[in-house]
Design a protein around this ligand. Structure first.
Ligand code: RTP
Ligand code: MG
Length: 142
């Protein structure tokens, strides 16, 4: 296992429900550090570019509409095996299939409004972190 960084987004439905703190607490309890964070309201252009891999799929318009519906919190998480660890904490994409105790089981409202995003591989994490934090992130030494 290696120390990794990964991009996390607390999606607009979770921000609207005021559970940003609870979600951040889950990451910290799991040993992941928040090394960058910003609240922003994604533009249509940003959401389309961020989710470019899904362009043309049936759910794309609904996804872009949702992601631009209100503020989201974008964060970089750092820790041992952070990419896979974050996705474990998030649970399955479809909240109906998400294991009890995962973020999506607890905070999703639907398949689309599933509370959180997490990078799915090292190359995606690098692209997604650069997308939202082109200026780089803080180094934490402890
Ligand atoms: P994410 O990228 O947000 O971390 O989620 P993921 O990898 O688990 O899922 P992905 O396949 O990348 O899908 C991206 C997001 O699109 C929405 N979605 N809706 N209604 C649907 O059939 C459907 N399929 C995907 C979800 O918001 C999903 O997280
Ligand atoms: Mg994905």
């Amino acid at each position: 296992m290696a120390v990794e960084t990964t991009l996390s987004i607390i999606k607009p439905n979770a921000v609207a429900k005021n559970v940003v703190g609870k979600i951040c607490d889950r990451f910290e309890q799991a040993g992941l550090q928040i090394v960058a964070a910003r609240m922003l309201h994604l533009s249509r252009e940003q959401a389309t570019a961020f989710y470019a891999e899904h362009q043309g799929k049936g759910f794309f318009e609904e996804l872009v509409g949702f992601m631009t519906s209100g503020p989201a919190m974008v964060m970089v998480l750092k820790g041992e095996d952070a990419i896979a660890r974050n996705r474990e904490i998030m649970g399955a994409t479809n909240p109906a299939e998400a294991a009890p105790g995962t973020l999506r089981a607890d905070f999703a409202d639907s398949f689309t409004e599933n509370a959180v995003h997490g990078s799915d591989a090292p190359a995606t994490a690098e692209r997604e972190i650069g997308f939202f934090f082109p200026e780089g992130i803080c180094e934490r030494t402890r």
